[in-house]
Design a protein around this ligand. Structure first.
Ligand SMILES: NC(=O)c1ccc[n+]([C@@H]2O[C@H](COP(=O)([O-])OP(=O)(O)OC[C@H]3O[C@@H](n4cnc5c(N)ncnc54)[C@H](O)[C@@H]3O)[C@@H](O)[C@H]2O)c1
Length: 263
């Protein structure tokens, strides 16, 4: 059964085939949604255009979410190509690499502003730009991580930005709820991508989840994508202002068993 037939989605955050947004796009395409993509800059243009062609041939539009003129142009282009938008996927983050290790108190004011602007405020900016284009009854979702509410060493300022993002999700859910538009966050477990590799000790995070989560494994971007399909579909019409974990259950662990001894 195709759950998103006739729906139009804007997918942000595709940089390459390993991006979580690519897994979301793959699953939404498989469920019949028509997709548009944004890309940030020439560096990723060819790759994103290639993926857009593979996933239904929708437009790939250049847009840096820190640029309000680019966001205005994006909303005009989406209105022209799609008429209305049923689904908005926010899968964007950026933190300077030096702020993804060491002490949080060493974070510079500029590093903080940049991280919060791109990783958190951009959801407000996208909704602001696209609010007329978003159809009543639509679904907005953003990608977050457990480090928003728990201490994950080295995630540092990214966790602080995710805490802001999760609060933004709740407030936008209230703003848009009167139009039946739902706003949720998906809290994904660690997945190896260009962004996550910048976090100090990232491969150890993968090992800890595969050893310590109830499912004893890591997760894939397509599993995040399947959850995104559900949240965007009519199966989830009463779900909003929520943070939905797709992390093999890791967030629910309060203590970890000792590793088996060699003897
Ligand atoms: N990979 C993980 O372990 C993990 C876990 C939980 C949540 N997340 C979140 O998932 C989302 C996607 O990250 P990913 O892991 O797929 O990495 P990724 O590097 O593939 O995706 C990040 C995307 O953000 C885009 N971006 C950055 N600055 C931008 C700007 N100014 N304008 C427009 N786009 C911009 C990049 O082009 C890229 O496509 C992020 O919000 C990330 O924090 C990732």
């Amino acid at each position: 059964m195709k759950l998103l037939e006739g729906k139009h989605a804007l997918i942000t955050g595709v940089a390459n085939r390993w991006s979580i947004a690519t897994g979301i796009a793959r699953q939404m395409h498989a469920h019949g949604a028509k997709l548009a993509f944004i890309y940030q800059g020439e560096r990723v243009k060819d790759e994103v255009q290639k993926l857009a062609a593979e996933l239904g041939g929708g437009p790939a539009i250049e847009c840096d979410v820190s640029n309000d003129e680019a966001l205005l142009a994006l909303s005009q282009r989406i209105a022209k190509d799609f008429g209305g938008l049923d689904i908005l996927v926010h899968s964007i983050a950026f933190v300077n690499k030096e702020d993804l290790q060491g002490k949080v108190y060493e974070t510079s004011r500029e590093g903080f502003k940049l991280a919060l602007d791109i990783s958190s405020y951009s959801l407000i900016a996208l909704v602001k730009a696209l609010r007329e284009t978003l159809n009543d009854g639509g679904s907005v979702m953003a990608l977050t991580y457990y480090g928003a509410t728990a201490i994950v060493p080295n995630y540092n300022i990214a966790g602080i930005a995710k805490a802001a993002l999760e609060a933004i999700v709740r407030y936008l859910a209230f703003d848009l709820g009167e139009r039946g538009i739902r706003v949720n966050a998906i809290s994904a477990g660690p997945i190896k991508t260009a962004s996550s590799r910048q976090v100090g000790g990232f491969s150890k995070m993968l090992d800890k989840v595969s050893a310590g989560s109830p499912l004893r494994r890591n997760i894939s971007s397509d599993e995040v994508g399947k959850t995104a399909v559900y949240l965007a579909s009519d199966l989830a019409t009463a779900i909003t202002a929520d943070v939905h974990f797709v992390d093999a259950g890791y967030h629910a662990m309060g203590m970890f068993p000792d590793p088996p001894s060699d003897s």
